[in-house]
Design a protein around this ligand. Structure first.
Ligand code: ATP
Ligand code: PAF
Ligand code: BAL
Length: 281
């Protein structure tokens, strides 16, 4: 695997792939890789001749300094995992490479970024769109792969890609879960054993939602049932629970008669976890 830190190096590598007529898939990450990330790499491998990965802990998407400071990181372990997956090239830039001195440009999906989970983490999706636009421009892939666990992020990236006319296909990959149902997340390692055991309540609520929707329910009754489930957990502090139309994320009320998205966020001992999914009636 080729590892590069500069824009010029990764551009030269991708240019070589293109000259050979090869299709390039991109997976962007913040490192501390787990099976969820590796599943994205495999999806990219399936559809493309070349897979490039990025590891960049993007400071502009973190609100609290403490969250950024505690974000897990282990480059050596990550590099070994990517090598084992057969990833062709890794872009591992410094902050000043992505945000050069005097940097003055942001990218924001104005409506999508500031609703729902965007209210729990003000500025977060602006930071995500800004860094993903830069990573797209630096790596110029044919396709890019994102996890459904970060459902609102996926919609922000789809919107941005469309609005800015990036010639890049966006692919969604289903959430990879621990055996008990907890969505894999780099932040899970920061949970105490007690909080780790309780964190399963998020995926349990999503499973309960699937059952309630299959049986027939209203948006209001569903929200109330899920809120009760999460509040029953002694260690969870619910930060957000939204039931919206899938893809558009528009508000809904009354009977659940179309595909919905459920966005849940909760804190466990100061660690903010999310779990988000689509449910069809
Ligand atoms: N469990 C998962 N299943 C599938 N994709 C995932 C999973 N977790 C993360 N991803 C995807 O991997 C990409 C990189 O995510 P990121 O590096 O932020 O990891 P993370 O585990 O989501 O970390 P965090 O603790 O910040 O939520 C994103 O597209 C994200 O949606
Ligand atoms: C898309 C992303 C790599 C942007 O920093 C990040 O938000 C993530 O890992 O989900
Ligand atoms: N997976 C989303 C990255 C973040 O939590 O900042």
């Amino acid at each position: 695997m080729e590892i590069c830190k500069s824009v010029a190096e990764i551009r030269a590598i991708v240019a070589n792939y293109r000259r050979a007529g090869e299709r390039v898939g991109l997976v962007t990450t913040m490192g501390a890789l787990h099976e969820g990330h590796l599943t994205l790499m495999r999806a990219a491998r399936r559809d493309n001749d070349r897979v490039i990965a990025t590891i960049f802990v993007n400071p502009t998407q973190f609100g609290e300094v403490a969250d950024l400071a505690h974000y897990p990181s282990d480059d050596i372990r990550d590099i070994n995992l990517l090598e084992a997956e057969g990833v062709d090239a890794l872009f591992l830039p410094e902050v000043a490479t992505i945000y050069p001195p005097g940097d003055d440009t942001i990218v924001e999906t104005v409506t999508l970024a500031n609703m729902l989970h965007g209210k729990v983490r003000p500025g977060h999706f602006r930071g995500v769109a800004t860094v993903v636009a830069r990573l797209f421009n630096i790596t110029l892939p044919d396709a890019a792969y994102f996890g459904e666990k970060d459902y609102q992020q996926l919609q922000v990236i789809r919107r941005m890609t469309n609005d800015l006319h990036f010639p890049i296909e966006i692919h969604a990959v289903p959430t990879v879960r621990e055996p008990d149902g907890l969505a894999m997340s780099s932040r899970n390692v920061r949970l105490t054993p007690e909080d780790r055991a309780e964190a399963v309540v998020l995926s349990r609520a999503l499973m309960q939602a699937q059952e309630l929707v299959a049986a027939g329910t209203t948006v209001e009754a569903l929200a109330e049932a899920l809120r009760r489930t999460i509040k029953a957990s002694p260690r969870a502090t619910l930060r957000g629970l939204d039931i919206v139309e899938a893809e558009t994320l528009s508000p809904l009320s009354g009977p659940v008669d179309r595909k919905i998205a459920i966005l849940i966020s909760a804190e466990f001992g100061g660690v903010l976890l999310i779990d988000q999914c689509e449910v069809s009636p």
